[in-house]
Every structure is written in C-alpha cells, then in structure tokens.
Design a protein around this ligand. Sequence first.
Ligand code: ATP
Ligand code: MG
Length: 562
Amino acid sequence: MTTIENNNEIEKKSSNFIEEAIEEDLRAGKNQGRVHTRFPPEPNGYLHIGHAKAICMDFGAALKYNGKCNLRFDDTNPVKEDTEYVDAIMEDIHWLGFDWEDRLFYASDYFQQLWDFAEEMIKRGHAYVDEQSAEEIAKQKGTPTTAGTPSPYRDRPVEESISLFRKMNEGAFEEGSMVLRAKIDMSSPNMHFRDPIIYRIIKHPHHRTGNKWNAYPMYDFAHGQSDYFEGITHSICTLEFEVHRPLYDWFANELANGGDYKPRQIEFNRLNMTYTMMSKRKLLQLVQEGLVRGWDDPRMPTICGLRRRGYTPESIRNFIDRIGYTKYDGMINVALLEHSVREDLNKKATRISAVLDPVKVIITNYPDDKVEMMTVENNPENPEEGTHEIPFSKEIYIEREDFMEEASKKFFRLTIDKEVRLKGAYIVKCTGIKKDDNGVIQEIYCEYDPESKSGMSGAARKVKGTLHWVSVKDSIDAEVRLYNRLFTVEDPSGAVDVDFRSLLNPESEVVISHAKVEPYVNQVAEKGKKFQFQRIGYFCIDDDSTPEKPVFNRTVSLKDSK
Ligand code: ATP
Ligand code: MG
C-alpha cells in the first residue's frame, strides 16, 4: 500500500480514468450519447466518507456530462436492512450537495422482473436448483488451477427446477436447504463462473415487500440486472468488483439477448484512510456496544458524524477531489481530510475567544467596575463578515499554559516582569502571582499600559507575545468536547488477531466541562454554527447545546494534531 503524505503533492485533477472512459464511449457514439450512472448503497448502515467518494464520482460524472444519476437502494438482504438507514442515506446525499431528482429506486422494485428472468434462465438451460448446502457447494468449487466438481443436480430437467424454484419462494423449504445456481462453467479459471449461486431462501420479512418473497437474489444477480432495467450506461464501483465484471457482462448478455444496449462496469480504488475504520459491520458494533455516542458521534467516519463534528460538504468534496481515483489500492493520510476542513473553515468560521483551561488574571491598575467594549474582527480572511465587541474588565481569564513562572528566553507568553499583548486590548506586564498550598497558581497579577490599546496610536508599541482572554464577569460557561483520533494505530482494519476495540483511543473524546467563552456566542449560537477559537482550533455548536450551556465540538485543531 502507498501512503500519500504531502498535501501539496495532490492537485485538483481535471479528468480521471473513469471520465476518460466515459468520454471514449461518448466519442464512439454509444448509448445515443447518454450518460446515466447510479449510486447503489445497501441500507444496512450509515454512509461514511468512503461512500462520499463513490457519491462524488457517480453524481459528479452525471453533472459533468449532462447526464443522470439514480439513487438505488440495494436491498436484497432483508435480514440486515432497515428504513432508518434509508432515510439517513437520503439526508446525507442531499447534505453533500447531490440530488437524484425523481429517480429513487430499490432493487426490491425489480424482484418480480428478476424472478421472471431467473425462470427464463432455467428455461434456457442456464440455471438449475441445487439441493446441496452452501458448504457442500463451496467444497466442489475447486481452485483457480483445478476444475470444480459438477453438482449432481446440474443436469436435472428444466421442469423440475422450475417447480422447485417456485416452491422455494412459497416457503416450502428451509433456509439453506437449496439454492438456484447459474449454469456456466465449472472449470472456468474465473471462480465466479463456476455455477454461482443466484437465489437463496431467506425467511425474514423485507422492509418493503414484507412476506411476499422467501427467495432472494444474490448481489451478482441483482446488481447488474438492476443497472440494465434502469438503462444505466456506466456502473461505477470499487475495485473488489473487478473480478465480478466478467459475470456482470455474462448476465448483461443474457438479458440483452442479442440487443446492443449493455451497461459498462468500471472500478476504482476504495478509500482507505489512516486511523480510520470503514467497515459498516464494525461501525455498527461501536454504536450497539455504546463505545461511541451513536452513528453521528463526531469521532465516527460517517457523513452524519463528520457533519456533527463541524465538517462542511465543501470540505469533504474538496478532499475527494484531491485524492482522486486510481486503479490500485492505497491508504490516504487522514491529515489530508483535516487539511481540507481547516482550509474551508478558515474562510467561514467566526473568530471568538475561548479559554479552555482558565486561570484568573487581575489587572491591578485597572478601575474596579470599568467595562470597555473592544472591537474585534469576525474573520480577518473576510472583512465582509464585520466585527463584534468583546467586554474587557479588571479580571480576565487566560489559558493556564500561557503563563510560566520560570520561563526560558524563547517563551513569548506571560511570565513575571515580562509583557504580552492581550489580543484586541492592551499590553500587560506581570507583577506577581498567588499560589495555593499545593503550589498551584490561583491568581496572576498584572499592570496594563493605558497607552497601548489596540487600534490607538500608542498601540504601535510591539511586544512578542499575544494572548487570547475573556472577561471573568462577562464570560459564559461552556462544555467543550475535544476530539482526537478514534484509533491508536494507523491501520486499524489491517490489525489481524486483535480485537479492534482494544485499538480504540481512550483520549478520543476529552470533555472540558467548564471552559469560558466570550458572551458574543449567545447572540450567534445555533446548532452547527462554526467558530474558530483564537489560537486553538475550529469548533462548532453541538446538538446537545442549550441556551443555558453551550456545547462545542472540536472539529480540528489549528495545526496537525497527534
Ligand atoms: P458492504 O460491506 O455492506 O457491502 P459497502 O461499503 O460496499 O459495504 P454499499 O452500501 O454496498 O457498502 O456501498 C455503496 C457504494 O459505495 C458501492 O458502490 C461501494 O463500492 C461504494 N463504497 C463503499 N465503501 C467505499 C469506500 N471505502 N470507498 C469508495 N467507495 C466505497
Ligand atoms: Mg456493498
């Protein structure tokens, strides 16, 4: 696997090999110049950042070539699927900025057509009912270099297969007792051609068709066929389906039955990302075992998790654009995703002051009851965002780590007898401190220079350090949730022989219950609102926030985190 390390190495690609293939088809006059794609999620979990890569490709290609993209739920396994997932998937695609218009489909819409096609295949002598168990069938498969063993049922009469197939669906047989297999080639070097199973018995109600069916098509028998029924021209999917492509084409030929329209399958590399697990099964386990707050936990790689974390659709689309599409698997550094959101939030986030680990500073020469309103920019990157006011008074909070009693010459923050600027306010000089019995600093004493107010003539005087601060009496108490990587190892999916739960980072969520933020927050706080806490990072208002106590999630720190 290759790891892409450097943000600058990746440029926006104007065209990729998939788009080139589409253009080649257009030039050749295929499909009357139509481009029609589809995004085919299985509704058995929430969408994650890997799906976003597929979505950007499928919907993006349709937009680029003035075509169409269908949303099709691949709901062929009733045991794992649920309408909760259907709704969440639709919400997430819209949030990412894409739309299927009136083309919302379900593979289950085609159960009857698929059934009829399966019967047609039996009649053509291209399918048969096999009464062996899946294990027995697997044993007869052979290896890529040795031929498989034909099933004893392979040459049974067509009528017998038709009758058994119908009874399979009527519920006459138990799950696992028989299957329908395509009759292709037991000695093909492509194992997928060795009489693949195309229907199995599942006695579980389906979220859309209820108890109507007891026999359900396998993925390979449903996917390409659904593409065909919908007139899809380019069926774009991930690399693991490359070995299925000959079978995809084989079924398409059966369906076309001499006609010239056939969908074309093209594969690209799935997104793998450092410190991230993308398996839906394992994500479900994290949710079910309460190891995260839910599917939308800000640590989850799900779209709804990233949304709650403060990611924007633009930042995700830019990230996908940068990583591009290739024909080989690799591992993308999660720092690249973090870089994309920083870049976007830098343009969008409102700057405020927040102190996460407060220590009190008393400005001894400042009048006791005076409050001055200091004007600060909402976003220096975008003057149109305007300004707001922050109250300054005799007692303020600064970060505990911004003071050091014994500091080296390179420490440009606060230390005894040295000066710093309080951002947007005055220069102060530290005159002393008070500690408790354990030696923990309780109060820091300073004197301010009344001539040094920001924006005034005396402000020209320069000092090395600038600190953020909030006023003690006017600040608001807030909960701040600091998010770090969910896993401690770079490739949690690759770690075999270990329980992936033991790789969870115990510091993945650190909750600060009494941070102090400036009062402006109350005027603008709405769920999802994005902020930059000066000198700290990007944060957004969480769904758990209340007017009494705002709750912030850290989207990303200002610089690369651990
Ligand atoms: P499952 O293991 O349940 O099959 P899946 O991740 O393949 O999970 P689907 O709902 O079948 O989930 O995926 C829908 C589409 O998204 C497919 O076309 C699939 O190829 C694509 N996709 C899924 N995971 C990724 C990924 N990590 N990177 C890129 N595309 C992905
Ligand atoms: Mg899948």
